[in-house]
Design a protein around this ligand. Structure first.
Ligand SMILES: *Cc1c(COP(=O)(O)O)cnc(C)c1O
Length: 431
């Protein structure tokens, strides 16, 4: 028995720098458009240090000591597991590994950037943060980070999900956050929508617009962003940097790296450090990077690579990425975190260049939740509904490897746990 089942890093091995892929890209990334002064307005919405990082061309950006300490308090570094139970169940010659972002205090990878952004907000003198949330994971991460750093927080939560998920609502409130169903009475935009329709179910775009309006109107308030933007992916690279060290320890080079993708932050955080190594010619193997999506929001699979607004109220500047367009109506799915009309500019560019590929699974979610069931029965850990898309893709690739008799090394990121999503699993799987 000498198989390595779990690769842990020492606290001293925690990465000291985030990795910025911009200087390693073959071309300059298309910039946001400055239409009607939207770019200037960003200064009143986005945390100043984050805005600087958004356009930075430094390859390595130092993680402040205070943020490193916060990462340790959140349980970093996180282990990499070998999925021996799943390998056995699938009878695949492939070696399967998974990174444990589900071990986060709030249940997802989103704490990696929430801690950094709220830290920079506090440093800049802000006493309050506001944000939007769809599935609830981002709102919980911001509420958590704000509570650790003694800032007030307000979370605008898409009404439909707000009503579904009393447990996650209580969790955010326990952290001390003000949690509002969006559209809300708190903003002008929210009030105007409620006037037209008092039962408005809300959308992520509307919640973004409400948070942006709140931040613009209150000088003590700033808006942490949960995905899509370059600096969010930058903070998340702590995932991929740890994973590279862990794979080096066990002398494995992946053939395939997989993560689910809504806006692209866990996918980017997990894959960009390895993609960077490939772009710099430090790895010979041609690694495949697969983003797992829903057919309800297949931005990379069916979207068009063009400039579009990241929010429905068109407050934020247009950015270039694969988009279904900002007014596209997406069917409801349980993996709400994957339901976004646009993919991050960095990931979109890499998809456009053929470096990243994407797959979309049916919106009834049966196939992905069956994958989650197989995973929980074989490995014991319950992935978030969003993460089960990555598990589905890992299983599919492991089965292809079996068909061809190939010893592929497949590494997937488990972006979160599903303890607060059992209703989703029970409805779809009839349990
Ligand atoms: C938010 C979320 C996602 C999707 O967002 P990305 O920015 O694409 O990573 C995926 N998994 C979990 C658990 C989430 O909370």
């Amino acid at each position: 028995m000498n198989r390595i089942i779990q690769v842990s890093l020492k606290v001293e091995d925690l990465p000291r720098y985030w990795y910025n892929i911009l200087p390693d890209l073959p071309e300059k990334l298309p910039e946001p458009l400055n239409e009607d002064g939207r770019l200037e307005k960003l200064k009143d919405i986005i945390i100043p240090e984050c805005l600087r990082q958004e356009y930075s061309t430094e390859r390595w950006i130092k993680i402040p000591d205070e943020v490193l300490e916060l990462y340790m308090r959140a349980g970093r570094p996180r282990p990499l597991h070998r999925a021996v139970g799943l390998e056995k169940k699938l009878k695949t010659p492939a070696r399967l590994y998974y990174k444990r972002e589900d071990l986060s205090p709030t249940g997802s990878h989103k704490v990696n950037t929430a801690l950094a952004q709220v830290y920079y907000a506090a440093e800049a003198g802000y006493s309050r943060v506001v944000t939007e949330t769809g599935a609830g994971q981002w709102g919980t991460a911001v509420a958590y980070a704000a509570s650790l750093m003694n800032l007030r927080s307000t979370i605008y939560w898409v009404r439909e999900a707000y009503e579904w998920k009393p447990e996650r609502r209580r969790f955010m409130k326990l952290y001390g956050a003000e949690v509002l169903a969006s559209p809300s009475e708190k903003t002008e935009f929210g009030r105007s929508l409620l006037k037209q329709n008092p039962d408005h179910k809300g959308t992520l775009g509307i919640a973004i617009s409400e948070a942006a309006e709140d931040a613009l109107k209150n000088d003590d308030t700033i808006y942490p962003v949960g995905s899509v933007l370059n600096y969010v992916l930058l903070h998340q690279t702590v995932i991929g940097l740890e994973t590279i060290k862990q794979l080096e320890i066990i002398d494995e080079v992946p053939d395939i790296m997989i993560a689910c993708l809504g806006g692209g932050s866990n996918f980017g955080g997990f894959t960009l450090p390895m993609i960077g190594k490939m772009l710099r010619g430090e790895i010979e193997k041609k690694i495949r990077f697969i983003a797992a999506q829903s057919e309800a929001a297949p931005n990379l699979v069916k979207g068009v690579y063009q400039y579009d607004f990241p929010d429905t109220a068109k407050i934020l500047p247009r950015i270039k990425g694969y988009t279904l367009t900002h007014d596209y109506v997406m069917p409801t799915i349980w993996a709400e975190g994957l339901r976004y009309h646009m993919a991050s500019p960095i990931i979109s560019y890499l998809k456009h260049r053929g470096i990243v590929e994407a797959v979309a699974y049916p919106a009834d979610e049966r196939a992905v939740f069956e994958a989650a069931r197989m995973f929980v029965q074989a490995e014991g850990f319950l992935p978030a509904p969003e993460s089960s898309y990555a598990v589905r893709a890992m299983i599919d690739e492991a089965l292809k490897a079996k068909e061809k008799g190939e010893e592929k090394v497949i590494v997937a990121n488990i972006s979160g746990h599903g303890f607060l999503d059992l209703e989703a699993y029970s409805r779809v799987l009839n349990i």
